[in-house]
Design a protein around this ligand. Sequence first.
Ligand SMILES: C[S@@+](CC[C@H](N)C(=O)[O-])C[C@H]1O[C@@H](n2cnc3c(N)ncnc32)[C@H](O)[C@@H]1O
Length: 214
Amino acid sequence: MNNIPNTLFDNWAKSYERTIAKHQDTYPFAGYFDVINHLRGEIQAYYSTPSILDIGVGTGYMLNKISEGLTADYFGVDFSSEMLNIAASKLDGNRLLYWDISNETIPPPIANRKFDFIISAYTLHHFDTVEKLKIIRNYKKLLNTSGQMMIVDISFDSIFEREQIKAKAGKNWDSSEEKGYFIAPEFLNHVQQLDWHITYLRVSFCLGVFIILV
Ligand SMILES: C[S@@+](CC[C@H](N)C(=O)[O-])C[C@H]1O[C@@H](n2cnc3c(N)ncnc32)[C@H](O)[C@@H]1O
């Protein structure tokens, strides 16, 4: 169950991008900019006019950077109106949808659409494993046959490793969110049991990308 209220994100919206910049080499954002370069490279290698859906688009920083210079057909979904307001200063506001992704229905404007890439960054750790898998299953239906879903999130190779990073992070560590952080081998195991095709790319000591195919 999602237990984080959207007001928390509304209150964070104005300073969110400053937080990323400040922690770009430390927990929790170490690797954030490497991911942007990686995703941009992947998308540009295969598509000149990609369709991209961003689940938990936030202020739109990542979606904007990966689609910059491309004729991208994109949509972003988020349940924080303040995050979406900031996203609308860089992206087309008509393509930013106010929606709670724990809702089992898909936002109507994209319900019949298909996407080459579905990305979700720093969003799914707000859900437990059952909810994570429900959201992935729900939105995975929107992938084109050769599409990829890329889950970018705080991730560790083991609970032992998570505890080591926690000790190093000290007061920066967010204990209220740690339960949702991915333990990569456990999550891979859950997904493989569903017979979905998944690979994992470790990006930094606290960040990983799960790539799920149709
Ligand atoms: C930490 S921000 C990440 C923003 C962006 N993806 C990035 O990487 O910079 C997490 C975002 O997920 C959104 N979010 C969290 N729970 C959500 C939900 N249940 N439905 C829709 N959006 C949600 C928040 O509003 C917030 O904008």
